[in-house]
Structures are given as structure tokens and as C-alpha cells.
Design a protein around this ligand. Structure first.
Ligand code: SF4
Length: 360
């Protein structure tokens, strides 16, 4: 094992994460789209299923989730919605850790996903064996992992957090004098550490989408649009976060577009979120924050390739066939549920206090 120079907290070199090309779905005519949507609606009823979609998926899926009584949300709200809904099947349009989290919290329910290969660079970059060895080396630390991790990594942790609740939970632990081992997103970890002053060590993972936003080009864009508010997800680089008017989870950024008086926004997160932002603030102008793609070749270009693996086509297929069921053994689910429940209980307590909460 070699030292990762950029991240001296760990001596582990992460496996290389292979970023897939963006899936190219055949373009559907209006009539084809309408027929597929009707088919999905019928199958959802027949299968006693509900569609739960993330803000980064294609807008058509997000709209369909809402039209059919499902939900479009961040990862925390997706998990919570699944536990509260009566349906016996949860159809999760997002990435694998979201399906797994739904299964962990609803082990008796059937959880289906349009594509089980839809993963996440944070999850891929935090393999259980390496991460567990890192934890074992630091037994005096409280292990806090981001929701974007596998069921096994969650089961190895003391707390699971999403981006919306990371700050208050780390602050709470720091006030109790606990030292934190944080994984896997180092940018979010360092952002939280800066704001809380907590004693933390970091797993060196990152999100391929958010890591591509670039500060210099962002400053240039701000000069062209001086009235625009800059909204940044905290998985981004520190230099990009430093330029933000609002740093927050997907829910917090959507709320900022609705709430702030600005008419223009520069948004540094996956552009799938624009669908919801346009809905809550019609007429406001949304600009994509520049990525490394401006002068080079970007891998994601502000659009997560794994989220792009969800489409109307494979959603209909999976409902019809029952393929792509997410499986987590009851024993593993029971272990992984403990740190997730800790977060949900903390969130519920917070909500009682402030009435507001948001996540990744
Ligand atoms: S946008 Fe980043 S954090 Fe979200 S699923 Fe894609 S790779 Fe993972």
C-alpha cells in the first residue's frame, strides 16, 4: 500500500473508478413517450409499486414519479418516503446505494431498479475491505459515512449522513468530544470540518461530477452575470465552494432558487436538478456552472452518467419482468439499519425543533 499524497490521512490507494459513457437512449416521439408512460402507470398499479426518483434523474422520470403518487427527492427523503408508503414494491430511479438503502430500511418490501449497474464514484471508491482496515486502524474514532456507500460500508459505520444533515450531526459529535473518521467524500468532509472545527480524518473519495466544476471559469461567468447567485453542492472543490452564495444539499439548492430574490442562478451540481428548480421558480434563469470540459474533456459534464442509466424504457421493462431486484441479506440489513436509523431519528428530532431539513 502506498501513501496517497493528496490525502495524507490514509495510506490507501483507491481502486480506479471507471466512468461509463453517458447512455444514449433512443429519442422517443411524443406518442411513444405517452404510450410508455401509460404502460408504466398501469404496471405500477398492477404491481402495487411506487416510483421513487432522485433529482438528478431525467426530468420525465421525475415528473412521472410525482404524477403517479410517488416522490422525487434527495436521498434522505427517498429513504424516508419508502418507509412510509404502503406499496409492497419500491421502484427506485437513482443509483445503487439508493436502492440498497431502501431495501435496508424496508427489508420485507421488493425493491427494483431500472439498472443495477447504476453506481456512484463515491461508492465505487470506497470498497469495504480497504475502508474497514482504515477503521480498524483508528478504533478511537467514531465512523461517519456518507449515504453514497454500500450496505457493507454502512454496516461498518456508527452514523450514516446525507449532505443536508452532515453538518448538525458532526457538530453534535464534536460537542461530545468525539473524533471522527469520515468517508468517503473528502470535499464534503473538509467543508464540514471547516464549519464545525471537528477533529476529523478522511477517506479520499470524490464525486466525479462535482469534482469537475472549476473556480476560475466560474469567476469569469460571474463577471458576465453579476446579479446571479452561485449555488454549490458541497461535494465540489474547496475553491468552487469558496465562491458560493449558497452551499447546500440538493433540497437546499432548490429551496434557494425558490426563496432568493435573484432572477439568475449559476448552479454547480448535476443539471438534472434544473427540472425541479424550474418547477418551483418558473421564469428564473438557470445557468450551468462551468466544468473542466470548457477547455478539456469532461467525464460527466455536470450530468452523472450513472443517474443517466435510468430511462422510461428500462423502467417499464423492469416493472414488467420483475428483474433487477435489489437484495440485501436480513443480517446485513439489520446491521446497516442501525446507523441509518440513528440519522433518521436525529433528523426527526431536528425537524421538531426547526421544521426544516434537507439532504444529498
Ligand atoms: S452525482 Fe456524484 S455523488 Fe451523485 S450519484 Fe453521481 S457520482 Fe455519485
Amino acid at each position: 500500500m502506498a501513501i496517497d499524497r493528496e490525502n495524507p490521512d490514509t495510506k490507501y490507494i483507491l481502486p480506479e473508478v471507471v466512468v461509463p459513457p453517458h447512455p444514449q437512449w433512443p429519442k422517443l416521439s411524443e406518442a411513444e413517450t405517452a404510450t410508455l408512460k401509460e404502460k408504466i402507470k398501469r404496471l405500477l398499479k398492477e404491481q402495487d409499486a411506487v416510483l421513487v426518483a432522485h433529482y438528478y434523474t431525467d426530468g420525465t422520470l421525475q415528473d412521472l414519479a410525482e404524477e403517479t403518487g410517488g416522490c422525487v427527492a434527495d436521498s434522505l427523503e427517498m429513504a424516508r418516503f419508502g418507509t412510509e408508503h404502503q406499496a409492497s414494491t419500491l421502484l427506485v430511479a437513482g443509483v445503487r446505494f439508493m436502492g440498497e438503502t431502501s431495501k435496508i430500511l424496508n427489508n420485507e418490501k421488493r425493491v427494483l431498479m431500472p439498472d443495477l449497474a447504476a453506481t456512484c464514484s463515491l461508492d465505487e471508491g470506497c470498497p469495504y475491505e480497504l475502508f474497514a482496515a482504515f477503521c480498524d486502524e483508528h478504533p478511537e474514532h467514531t465512523v461517519v459515512v456518507y449515504a453514497n456507500t454500500s450496505a457493507r460500508v454502512k454496516a461498518r459505520s456508527d452514523w450514516v449522513v446525507t449532505s443536508g444533515i452532515a453538518l448538525p450531526i458532526i457538530r453534535h459529535l464534536a460537542e461530545k468530544g468525539e473524533k471522527i473518521l469520515w468517508g468517503p467524500d473528502r470535499h464534503l468532509g473538509r467543508y464540514v470540518q471547516k464549519l464545525t472545527g471537528a477533529e476529523m480524518i478522511f477517506w479520499p473519495g470524490s464525486c466525479v461530477v462535482h469534482e469537475e466544476f472549476r473556480a476560475v471559469a466560474l469567476e469569469r461567468l460571474r463577471k458576465i452575470h453579476p446579479e446571479a447567485a452561485i449555488l454549490v453542492h458541497p461535494e465540489s472543490l474547496e475553491a468552487v465552494i469558496a465562491l458560493a452564495d449558497v452551499v447546500g444539499s440538493t433540497t437546499a439548492l432548490i429551496d434557494a432558487v425558490r426563496r432568493l430574490p435573484n432572477q439568475e442562478f449559476i448552479v454547480a451540481t448535476d443539471k438534472g436538478i434544473f427540472n425541479k428548480m424550474r418547477q418551483v421558480a418558473p421564469g428564473k434563469i438557470l445557468l450551468e456552472a462551468p466544468t473542466v470540459g470548457e477547455g478539456a474533456t469532461c467525464q460527466s459534464c455536470a450530468n452523472c452518467p450513472w443517474m443517466g442509466m435510468n430511462s422510461l424504457q428500462n423502467l417499464a421493462e423492469v416493472l414488467a419482468s420483475g428483474n433487477n431486484e435489489v437484495l440485501v441479506s436480513p443480517e446485513l440489513a439489520a446491521k446497516a439499519r442501525i446507523p441509518i436509523r440513528r440519522m433518521l431519528d436525529f433528523a426527526a428530532e431536528m425537524k421538531k425543533g426547526s421544521g426544516c431539513l434537507s439532504s444529498s
